[in-house]
Design a protein around this ligand. Sequence first.
Ligand code: FAQ
Length: 325
Amino acid sequence: MYAQMVKSEATNEDPEKLAAFQARIDAGEKIEPKEWMPEGYRKTLIRQIGQHAHSEIVGQLPEGNWITRAPTLERKAILLAKVQDEAGHGLYLYCAAETLGVSRDELTEALLSGKMKYSSIFNYPTLNWADIGAVGWLVDGAAIMNQVPLQRTSFGPYSRAMIRICKEESFHQRQGYDIMMKMAQGTPEQKAMAQDALNRFWYPSLMMFGPSDKDSVHSAQSMAWKIKINTNDELRQKFVDQTVPQAEYLGLTIPDPDLRWNEEKGGYDFSEPDWSEFFEVIKGNGPCNAERMEARQKAWDDGAWFREGLMAHAAKRAARKIAAE
Ligand code: FAQ
């Protein structure tokens, strides 16, 4: 749908303006909110940044589930800080999207009506404490792999939000790895829990990078506009190459019998995730989709009185200002 919109709108735009815009992108310039941009560029950014913001917010749910059950006070404080960071990331990203002319309320309504997506990964359950380690290590690890290049994305507000977010994601990845290390060096039962968490989170983490390049609808145009810097498969390969030695250090096994170092390409050969599962999850049929959307809907409904109060206050202040002028 978006691809179509991008195409039809792009053809109606002044070719000279489009060429000048592309020249700025090619020269590495940042595009700022009030500057001219093709409609397709604006809409692609709203889709990607909005989806990213929703992911940060929905991503609090599987981890928030474990704050009250963290094994020690220190672990609890760390997890609490991490989950609060994710809320902050969602807010920076909603603000970046707002500079493109869409409100946070409109974005939330699009999520709740199913028009917008959030990352597939958050539709998998966190069943025990080892899963919190696996989420930090693998999910935040995959998020960083994707987001470090996005610091160089062409849209100024998105790029600047990414710089701050990446610093925090780096701490998140380390806290997850630290939990895994403790579990892997613990009792045989704890090590088995760590292995089980890796088994369940490995392929869903590989799916976070999106479909394989041949099935990616948006990559070509998004890369030409430098909204995306790498293809989905490039980032997935980098993630595998970085993560396999980390699993070896933990004494854990990646659940892929076909995983092999390929000297020629200087990277690992690995099995693709089950793409039919991925497409089912993003259609809404994953293990936790209904639960996640119910939680978001409840938060939205519970906040209605506050939004209304805030709007009434803003209207009153505006009326007072007009009367005083
Ligand atoms: N889940 O043509 P492409 C985090 C959709 S980080 C759901 O390749 P694109 C941190 C895609 O939207 C996680 N849907 O798409 C954290 C499109 O459908 P549409 C969030 C997916 O946009 C950690 C269709 O498939 N990070 O949360 C997914 O060029 C721990 C075709 O795909 C970002 O969002 C997926 N995994 O590339 C928080 C990073 N993959 O929209 C809490 C920014 C693809 O046409 C706890 N985003 N789809 O209906 C991106 O880099 C890109 O949007 C990709 C997808 C790479 C995700």
